[in-house]
Design a protein around this ligand. Structure first.
Ligand SMILES: *Cc1c(COP(=O)(O)O)cnc(C)c1O
Length: 419
């Protein structure tokens, strides 16, 4: 936080100031392997924490319901133009509050309650909002779900086609939260076209890779693309929808007034800054660095006896099955957290354990790449992981490793942190 703002905050609310300061230290000292997290730049933080939070601007640039939009209109237009340039999209809406509301807007734009949506099942690596039962998308709509093959743990496109032909969904999602491999957008698009479905590509996890040219773009294939703005894209917390000109009106109406009130203008400004950063040459290096690090970490983990779902990684994400290490995902994740490496426990395809204590852990390399770590550090991290997991109850060992982790982190200052 900016020192001047930090002193204001601690004067007004020392409790919250203290907790934020502690969290900043935690973010500094830990190896952050949570696949959905990252470190935004100081510039993104500055825009997001700005006086724009004071403004209301329901509507769209040039068509607002409130006055005083002289600067907000320019900010939102800049964010949109930059998103169009980065992703090559015909139309962009930067107002969704986050990834889940962005997906909900797609349903509202194209479906009526009870219509059929097809998406990847959550336990196979999909997202809640792609029709999973506990989500509004699985209870207000008829959801049919595809998974992965039991032998390869990859999506079986023949099975997807068969299901689509049988169920004739109106909307079809591709993408997910625990997919370690390249997503074949063109194959989904072909199936959606055949059955007359709207094809929605959810690139929430990988939009930074797409922006940097390290993963194929869904834009040429999808009717609408949704994304979060805060994962690999490295912007503020938010969501974004990109679509063809033909769907522009439906998408805009679904977001506002369909689903939301005023957009979060401070977030829009932060997003505009992140998208400017994504246009720099250094962002390409970052995006390709994420993939190189994921491959290096996967290879090193395999050397240390870890079992990886699909046997490796093409993107930023690794899904490991800890069954062969004789610990559950939750126990493994807690041991790693104690040893200074934060990640999340995760279901693996065909998991025999329950979701609250599944067999796997999910690992992402975006945040460590943002810190400038590379192949030697990935090797070191894999070695620490193996040591910590081999002795899941050894608090002294975990504390020792956490100290070594802290020393490594000190050599790679995280963007945006002032300590
Ligand atoms: C993270 C994610 C979302 C939801 O984003 P939130 O900002 O957490 O609401 C949606 N879809 C996918 C594939 C995601 O990974």
């Amino acid at each position: 936080m900016h020192p001047a703002l930090a002193s204001t905050l601690s004067a007004v609310d020392p409790e919250i100031a203290e907790l934020i300061a502690l969290e900043e230290v935690r973010q500094r000292d830990k190896v952050r392997l949570i696949a959905s997290e990252n470190y935004v730049s100081g510039a993104v933080l500055a825009a997001t924490g700005s006086i724009l939070t004071n403004k209301y601007s329901e509507g769209y640039a040039g068509k607002r319901y409130y006055e005083g939009q002289q600067y907000v209109d320019r900010i939102e237009t800049l964010a949109i133009d930059r998103a169009k340039a980065v992703f090559g999209a015909e139309h962009v809406n930067v107002q969704p509050y986050s990834g889940s509301p962005a997906n909900l807007a797609i349903y509202f734009a194209f479906l009526k309650p009870g219509d059929t949506v097809m998406g990847m099942a959550l336990p196979a690596g999909g997202h809640l909002t792609h029709g999973w039962g506990v989500s509004i998308t699985g209870s207000y709509f008829k959801a049919v779900q595809y998974g992965v093959r039991e032998d390869t743990h990859r999506v079986d496109m023949d099975a997807v086609r068969e299901l689509a032909r049988k169920e004739r969904p109106k909307l079809m999602f591709a993408g997910g939260t625990a997919i370690p491999r390249t997503i074949e957008w063109a194959a989904y698009a072909e199936i959606a076209k055949e059955v007359g479905a709207i094809f929605a590509a959810d690139m929430a996890h990988i939009s930074g890779l797409v922006a940097g040219g390290a993963h194929p773009s869904p834009i040429p294939y999808a009717d609408v693309v949704s994304t979060t703005t805060h994962k690999t894209l490295r912007g503020p917390r938010g969501g974004m929808l990109l679509c063809t000109a033909a769907h522009a009106k439906a998408i805009d109406r679904a977001v506002f007034p369909g689903l939301q009130g005023g957009p979060h203008d401070h977030t829009t400004a932060g997003l505009a800054v992140a998208l400017r950063e994504a246009q720099q040459e250094s962002f390409k290096t970052y995006a390709h660095g994420i993939v190189a690090n994921s491959r290096a970490l996967a290879a090193a983990m395999i050397e240390h006896g870890f079992t990886l779902i699909t046997g490796g990684s093409d993107n930023h994400l690794i899904l490991a099955d800890l069954t062969t290490k004789d610990v559950s995902g939750k126990i493994g994740a807690k041991a790693l957290d104690a040893a200074g490496m934060e990640l999340n426990y995760n279901s693996i395809p065909f998991d025999k354990r329950k979701p609250f204590d599944p067999s796997g852990i999910r690992i992402g390399t975006a945040a460590v790449t943002s810190r400038g770590m590379g192949a030697p550090e990935m090797k070191q991290i894999a070695a620490w992981m193996a040591r910590a997991i081999a002795a899941p109850a050894d608090a002294a060992l975990h504390a020792t490793i956490a100290g070594e982790v802290r020393e490594l982190c000190a050599k790679f200052p995280a963007p945006g942190l002032l300590i």
